[in-house]
Design a protein around this ligand. Sequence first.
Ligand SMILES: Nc1ncnc2c1ncn2[C@@H]1O[C@H](COP(=O)(O)OP(=O)(O)OP(=O)(O)O)[C@@H](O)[C@H]1O
Length: 238
Amino acid sequence: MINIQSMSKSYGHTQILDNVTTEFEPGCITGLIGPSGAGKTTLIKCILGMESIDNGTITIKDISIPNREILRSIGYMAQSDALFEDLTTYENMKFFGKLYIGKDLNLNHQIDKALNMVNLSDEANKKVKDFSGGMKRRLSLAISFIQDPEILILDEPTVGIDPKLRKSIWNDLFDVRDKGKTILVTTHVLDEADKCDKLLLMRDGKIISYGSPNEIKHKFNADTIEDVFLKLGDDDDA
Ligand SMILES: Nc1ncnc2c1ncn2[C@@H]1O[C@H](COP(=O)(O)OP(=O)(O)OP(=O)(O)O)[C@@H](O)[C@H]1O
């Protein structure tokens, strides 16, 4: 679904991504994990075509990125919320829905479905400026679901979300995955990393390891992903 070959990216003279080659498959939740500054968000922005790349290729469904049509098949939740504070939940959803939803889907039905998923249906008429941080994250997540996209890219989606809702969001992600969607998620919550089907470990702009959580733990001789993460800080490449 998403294919990256020998891709590099610099900001000025600083190399941020170094010869990244990887693939993301449908029906799979891939977790991007690695220390702060490893290049996870930059990789996501390159996949979305928000940042240009210096070398290599990125294709989605065999189409080179950037491509405007392909963007419609991606639901994206950024690390910081980009919401209209003076509008209500419903009005925000309607604005983004009109941008992303094709004629084949019913806007109100999609809004109801997405708000229900993040437990915000009762807050549909509340203005975003009166929201807590967690509520804003949930609304951003609902917006990423709105057009029922083939690909979901979520940058730290559960920051500020309480454990009960976090569990329910992960169950929703499993459902979406089981419908054959491709999901990419960055997280620093390491028990969430264990819920992913595959993990892509990054450090200093390079891919250090790729595999299921158990394969990665085995490779690093670690009992938990947290141990893997700590070892990432001081081990040589595994
Ligand atoms: N627009 C930019 N201009 C210059 N440097 C940037 C820019 N965006 C990111 N960087 C640098 O690129 C590096 C990777 O940043 P990135 O946000 O991709 O890391 P990350 O792995 O997502 O980190 P975190 O886990 O903290 O979100 C960092 O050193 C950061 O300072």
